[in-house]
Design a protein around this ligand. Structure first.
Ligand SMILES: NC(=O)C1=CN([C@@H]2O[C@H](COP(=O)(O)OP(=O)(O)OC[C@H]3O[C@@H](n4cnc5c(N)ncnc54)[C@H](OP(=O)(O)O)[C@@H]3O)[C@@H](O)[C@H]2O)C=CC1
Ligand SMILES: Nc1nc(=O)c2c([nH]1)NC[C@@H]1CN(c3ccc(C(=O)N[C@@H](CCC(=O)O)C(=O)O)cc3)C=[N+]21
Length: 278
């Protein structure tokens, strides 16, 4: 029976640590500031943006949310990015993804100053991650590693298997595990024998976006399972990419959904913003 990794509690602890560091900065006349940009009315995005705003307030950071209509043009959004780049109160800029179809995401991300890119999506930050000289690492991947560290999971020398190769989660998480001297396998939709790869994993990170796809029979006895997936079912339930009930019989530790990686993502956003200011 696996130990449950309480991401919510660990994220809360990190937020407490951040709050203390914000207070120290404030005593020296500095306040970290985050700008969040939301285009359109995607309900999930609206929820996430509210959570980010609330988290900033709780740790004493300055925050501003720019809510723009769905029909905002690329040019208008670029102008806003330029203003935020030049704004001294703002140390971090986050443009909530996905953006509406008519806006080129890459063009927008490329315009954010790398030193304000607290999402870690700018090519400069991605490149620095590759060479292990990163300043800003994407929040979700950083949150996964932080969970392992705080749970005392040894990474060096372990077989780590990552399922999913997106630029936002899979690839950066694999790179971070590699830098920590794990032996890394990166799986995707064309992987020939996914079950076989999974059964090899001491550390299994799942970021696919398919509800409860990874079941207990795919998990090695004693493995540590990090479930990044967030899937809203038709009945309203929120589930991960891992079938929690069967997986927890095999794993030694496992993250729940909700209450696992999700809260860590927001904590790491605050941490990146704090570090941008420091
Ligand atoms: N907790 C958090 O803070 C966050 C959670 N998420 C969640 O994580 C999940 C993944 O997100 P994201 O990385 O953006 O998703 P993407 O859709 O960008 O990527 C999914 C990846 O999974 C792979 N995949 C799809 N089907 C299979 C399959 N049957 N077998 C093996 N691999 C498969 C795809 O392979 P291929 O490349 O071959 O198409 C792709 O690489 C989602 O549920 C998302 O909601 C995302 C961001 C933050
Ligand atoms: N530029 C950008 N940066 C992001 O980091 C980013 C993004 N765009 N677009 C969408 C994804 C998704 N994401 C989540 C953040 C918090 C939770 C989270 O806190 N989830 C709670 C549950 C929340 C709920 O109840 O819906 C939990 O897992 O316990 C989840 C997902 C950040 N993303």
């Amino acid at each position: 029976m696996a130990k449950i990794i309480d991401g919510k509690a660990i994220a809360q602890e990190i937020r407490k640590e951040i709050k203390e560091r914000v207070e120290e900065l404030k005593a020296r006349g500095k306040q970290p500031g985050l700008a969040v940009v939301l285009v359109g009315n995607n309900p999930a995005s609206q929820t996430y943006v509210r959570m980010k705003e609330k988290a900033c307030q709780e740790v004493g950071m300055y925050s501003e949310v720019h809510r723009l209509p769905e029909e905002t043009s690329e040019e208008e959004l670029l102008t806003l990015i330029d203003q935020l780049n030049a704004n001294e109160k703002i140390h971090g800029i986050l443009v909530q993804l996905p953006l509406p179809e008519h806006i080129d995401e890459k063009k927008i991300i490329d315009r954010i100053l790398p030193e304000k890119d607290v999402d870690g999506f700018h090519p400069v930050n991605v490149g620095n991650l590759f060479t292990n000289t990163a300043r800003f690492v994407a929040c979700t991947p950083r949150g996964c590693i932080e969970l392992l560290d705080r749970m005392g999971v040894e990474i060096e020398g372990k077989k780590a298997v990552v399922i999913g190769r997106s630029n936002i989660v899979g690839k950066p998480v694999a790179m971070l595990l590699l830098h920590r001297n794990a032996t890394v396998t990166l799986c995707h939709s064309r992987t020939a024998d996914l079950k076989k790869e999974c059964l090899d994993a001491d550390i299994l990170v799942v970021a696919v976006g398919r509800p409860e796809m990874i079941t207990g029979d795919m998990i090695k006895e004693g493995a540590v399972v990090i479930d990044v997936g967030i899937n809203r079912l038709e009945d309203g339930r929120l589930v991960g990419d891992v079938h929690f009930e069967s997986a927890k019989e095999k794993a030694s530790m496992i993250t729940p959904v909700p209450g696992g990686v999700g809260p860590m993502t927001i904590a790491m956003l605050l941490l990146n913003t704090l570090e941008a200011c420091e």
